[in-house]
Design a protein around this ligand. Structure first.
Ligand code: MG
Length: 286
């Protein structure tokens, strides 16, 4: 199943996306539907029932919807793993910067945006806006002290995330928070693919293109810290909850590490494709 949130006739809805029909099945109008996809994920049984009868539910064509992030307003910050691909750690800081433990930072909920939403250029704030193509995990059930062997059972599904970063703000303010949290700098989507459709999240090709040119090309098999370890470490003393978003890191090839630099400019289109998940596309606008 591809779970989506979208706007239709001025109202926020959620449902299932049918790729072959290029249509959105509206689930949120059903009797007893939780108000948001996150609330529905937390309830579990409602989504299972909706999935089983999706074929009978009303649908609207792709042209009639505006994409929203599958989780338009996360309940907490988006958690991100920094330097989870060895080649990216080395391009940013050399061999010494390859981490021994997962390096975690976050992005503000207000940074979240959708597939096809413009990425603001913030030309007066930054001259080094960069892209980072990433696989993101959506947590499906509440848990703490989650063991590695059971960690994948806590996942609802997977999506594509662009960890857009203002490199100059990231380094100027020491902590990453400001440089990672500009409004619109966390496009997510187009959908969440349910976990049952991704038998092995550690064998997925990932590719980022800017204006059609391949910039990042790797595979999640290259993670330094696999997803089960990330969930285990995060949950040791912190409760993970349904709808929590964890971005798993980006491979080598970010614009800031290129010579000459390939950071983003107004008009650039970034497309991130992850095998079995989908393609997230956004254009930078001034
Ligand atoms: Mg990142």
């Amino acid at each position: 199943m591809k779970w989506i949130s979208f706007e239709h006739e001025g109202k926020e809805k959620y449902g299932v996306y049918l790729e072959e029909e290029q249509a959105a099945v509206i689930v949120s109008d059903e009797q007893g539907a939780p108000s948001t996809l996150v609330a529905a994920i937390a309830e579990g049984a409602f989504l299972e029932a909706a999935a089983s009868k999706a074929a009978q539910l009303p649908r609207v064509g792709k042209a009639e919807i505006t994409w929203l992030s599958p989780i338009p307003r996360p309940l907490k910050n988006v958690m991100c793993v920094g330097k989870n691909y060895r080649d990216h750690a080395i391009e940013m800081g050399g061999e010494a910067s390859v981490p021994e433990h997962p390096m975690i930072f976050t992005k503000a909920p207000t940074s979240v945006s959708a597939h096809q939403a413009p990425i603001p250029a913030y030309e007066s704030l930054t001259s080094a806006l960069d892209y980072e193509g990433e696989l993101a995990v959506i947590i499906g059930k509440k848990g703490k002290e989650i063991g590695r062997e059971e960690a994948l059972d806590y996942i609802f599904g997977y999506t594509v995330l662009n960890d857009v970063t203002a490199r100059d703000l990231q380094s100027r303010h020491k902590q990453f928070f400001i440089g990672k949290s500009l409004d619109g700098s966390c496009p997510i989507g187009p959908w969440i693919v349910s976990g049952d459709e991704i038998p092995d999240p550690h064998q997925l090709a990932i590719e980022t293109k800017v204006n059609g040119e391949t910039r990042q090309k790797s595979n999640t098999s290259q993670f330094i810290f696999p997803i089960d370890e990330i969930i285990h470490v995060l949950s040791k003393g912190m409760t993970l909850e349904p709808g929590d978003i964890i971005a798993t890191g980006t491979p080598a090839g970010v614009g800031f590490a290129m010579e000459p630099k390939g950071t983003l400019r107004a008009g650039d289109t970034v497309e991130i494709t992850i095998e079995g998940v989908g393609t997230l596309s956004n254009t930078v606008e001034s």
